[in-house]
Every structure is written in structure tokens, then in C-alpha cells.
Design a protein around this ligand. Structure first.
Ligand SMILES: Nc1ncnc2c1ncn2[C@@H]1O[C@H](COP(=O)(O)OP(=O)(O)OP(=O)(O)O)[C@@H](O)[C@H]1O
Ligand SMILES: [Mg+2]
Length: 366
């Protein structure tokens, strides 16, 4: 046993592991060679039990609904679509599930493959924005599991393609929406008041009309189960402070213009998009903004084919609008989760893959 202890000490095995190894060794003969073999076997067995993912949930079609436990990572919580884990004091692991929410309600089933498309598209856009003049940092450290710490790598089979190691940020309490075209809640507000989030717009705009310039239209960031509400730019200014609000508006519009310029030659219009910014955890006044969260995915953006685009009517789209339209057609109560029919799930993933291919010129790895 002393040889075993020396071996463990020399190899810096954690206490829990050492206990498990000692347990196996207790009943073994004192043969030194056999002892070492046992240590190695026991070490692997103990490691496996300490690191096994557990509790992942899938729907009957194989969509990942919840990632479950990824020891030793501490699960911080679940958003509507993402499961978040703490990697260390400064970093999070964001895992994108196949959950789908519409009207802020999470559906009972998922859309198999959607999480991978969203994660890979966000990674694409963060790199593209950084290379094309974003002018501030983004939160992604890597989306390659092989480059992540050991605590993540051991869960590679569930994480591959759908996860991102990010800098942990203090997220701002507003969502930054930029609209190039008028639709959705912007259209509803315009019809009622002639303005959107305090921007007075020209009279007589038609549904889905192109706006004279892209608009920063903030909204609140609601708690799970609540709805985000549009707020005016001056309300955002009161919440964030004037200079942060100005920066948020500036960089959000920059994200939009870089994206719209990339999408245009690919026959795609970016009607609007929603993003989130944060600041470094230890930041004090005047700290630079950092772009976080998902970016320019079909969950948080409206993408329209430019061919056939015409104001005055709804547009066909490559995004979650299709699911909202289906739910409206069945008079969904916007409260009670339901299961989407297989054909709606199938058409949704097709649209998500189509926009991924158009924007990146690549196939997603599913
Ligand atoms: N770098 C980061 N540091 C800290 N929190 C982050 C970071 N990036 C994103 N987040 C937070 O992670 C959560 C992601 O959750 P998710 O997108 O699933 O849910 P949601 O935002 O509630 O829903 P939806 O996107 O459908 O509105 C959000 O609360 C977002 O603010
Ligand atoms: Mg979100």
C-alpha cells in the first residue's frame, strides 16, 4: 500500500480519486506489479464515474432537450435554448440544445440539429464580425472542444458542434435589436404610434418596408417566462447610462451593417436582429462593451430572400417566423407548451440549414 500511496502522491491524483483507488486496492495482494496495474484500472474507473455526463434528455425524434450534468462543471442554469456551465471564475461553457421557443414559450419537443446550426452560425458570425471591423471584442474563446479545458473535453461526445467556451460577462439588462425593415413588434408599434422605440418614422410605410436607415430599437431582457418589451432609446439610456447606451446603439448597428453587407450578395436580406452585450466581470465605469450571447442566428434574426422581396406583404423567411406563423395558424394561446408536428420540425431545420449554407458557403456539421 505504501507503493500505491507514493504513486498516487507522485501523480497528484485528487483526493476523491485516491479514495476510490484505495478502495479497490484494499482487497488486493501486496504484489507491487499487480498493485500498479490495479491502481491504473481503478484510476480509470474512478475517473469515468466522476466525469460521466448524466441526465441528458432527448425527445422521441432524438432532439436534445436538456444537457443534464457535466461533472465536474457546475451547471449555472438553463435559458430558453442554452444550458450554461461554469468552467472557472472567468469562463462559461454555453451548450446549445435543440429546444425551440416561440412567443417566449418552450415547446415540448425540439428540432433535432438546431442547436448545432445555431452554435456553428454564431461562431461563424463572431469570427466574421471580428475580421470585418466590429471594433470591440466578442466573448468566444473557442468552439473547438479539443481546445477546451479537460473538464469540457471529457464530454466531447455531447458537446461537439454545439458548444462554445466564452468569457463570462456581466450582461447588460437590455436586448439590442436593430431593424433594417419594419415588421413584427416594430410594425405593431408603428401602426399604433407612428414611431418605434422613440424613432418617429415617415408616414405611410408599408408592412416590411425598408427603413430609411437601420434603427437601434432596444427592449427589456425579461426573466424566463416573461416577455421582452420594446423600450425607447431614452429609456435604455436611463437604464444603462448615456455613454454606454450610445455605444450599444453604435456597435449594434455596426453588427447589423456588417451582416447585411455580407448577406446581400448571397441573396439574403437581414430584416432585423437581436443581440446582447456585456462588460468584463471586474469592469468599472467606461469599460469597453463585449459582444456576447448568440449572434445573427435564425432564432434571433429575420432573414428574407431578396428575390421576390416586395413591401406591403409578409415575406417568406429562413427563420423562426415560420414556427410563429404555424402557431398563429392553430391559434396557439402563447402560454401552454405544445409539441410541434413532425412536418413543422422538418421544415424548420431545413430552413435553418438553408440559411446556414447561404451565409457561410458551408454545410453545418450535424
Ligand atoms: N458571455 C456570457 N456571459 C454571461 N452570460 C451570457 C453570456 N452570453 C450569453 N449569456 C446569457 O446566457 C443566456 C442564454 O440563454 P438562452 O439564449 O437560452 O435564453 P434566453 O435568452 O432566455 O432566450 P431567448 O434567446 O430565446 O430569448 C442569456 O441569459 C444570456 O444573457
Ligand atoms: Mg437568448
Amino acid at each position: 500500500m505504501s507503493a500505491a500511496r507514493d504513486y498516487l502522491a507522485a501523480h497528484g491524483v485528487q483526493e476523491a480519486l485516491a479514495a476510490a483507488v484505495s478502495e479497490v486496492l484494499r482487497s488486493r495482494p501486496a504484489d507491487p506489479i499487480l498493485g500498479i496495474c490495479d491502481i491504473l484500472t481503478a484510476k480509470e474507473a474512478a475517473k469515468a464515474s466522476m466525469s460521466a455526463a448524466s441526465g441528458a434528455k432527448f425527445d422521441s425524434a432524438g432532439a436534445l432537450l436538456s444537457v443534464g450534468e457535466l461533472p465536474p462543471l457546475r451547471k449555472l442554469g438553463e435559458g430558453k435554448v442554452r444550458d450554461l456551465y461554469e468552467v472557472d471564475a472567468g469562463h462559461l461553457l454555453v451548450v446549445v440544445t435543440d429546444r425551440i421557443s416561440a412567443f417566449d414559450v418552450i415547446m415540448l419537443n425540439g428540432v433535432k440539429g438546431k442547436g448545432k446550426v445555431l452554435n456553428q452560425l454564431t461562431a461563424f458570425w463572431l469570427r466574421h464580425l471580428a475580421e470585418n471591423g466590429l471594433g470591440i471584442e466578442h466573448h468566444m474563446v473557442t468552439d473547438d472542444v479539443a481546445q477546451m479545458p479537460e473538464s469540457c473535453k471529457r464530454h466531447a461526445s455531447i458537446l461537439e458542434g454545439r458548444s462554445m467556451l466564452v468569457r463570462k460577462l456581466r450582461m447588460l439588462p437590455v436586448e439590442s435589436i436593430v431593424r433594417g425593415y419594419i415588421t413584427g413588434s416594430g410594425w405593431a408599434d408603428y401602426q399604433k404610434t407612428g414611431s418605434v422605440c422613440g424613432h418617429v418614422l415617415p408616414a405611410g410605410l408599408q408592412l416590411c418596408a425598408k427603413l430609411p436607415e437601420e434603427l437601434f430599437t432596444p427592449s427589456t431582457k425579461a426573466e424566463l417566462g416573461q416577455h421582452d418589451e420594446n423600450i425607447t432609446v431614452s429609456q435604455a439610456s436611463e437604464m444603462l447610462g448615456e455613454s454606454i447606451a450610445e455605444d450599444v446603439s453604435k456597435y449594434a448597428r455596426r453588427v447589423y451593417t456588417i451582416a447585411a453587407a455580407h448577406a446581400a450578395p448571397r441573396g439574403v436580406l437581414v430584416a432585423d436582429t437581436k443581440m446582447e452585450f456585456g462588460v468584463a466581470l471586474d469592469a468599472s465605469g467606461g469599460a469597453p462593451l463585449i459582444l456576447g450571447d448568440e449572434v445573427l442566428t435564425p432564432d434571433c434574426s429575420r432573414y428574407w430572400p431578396s428575390e421576390g422581396y416586395e413591401a406591403g406583404k409578409d415575406q417568406p423567411s429562413y427563420d423562426k417566423q415560420y414556427v410563429r406563423d404555424y402557431l398563429s395558424s392553430i391559434k396557439f394561446d402563447k402560454k401552454t407548451p405544445i409539441a410541434l408536428p413532425a412536418e413543422v420540425v422538418g421544415a424548420t431545420i431545413e430552413k435553418y440549414i438553408a440559411i446556414y449554407k447561404l451565409l457561410t458557403d458551408k454545410e453545418p456539421v450535424l
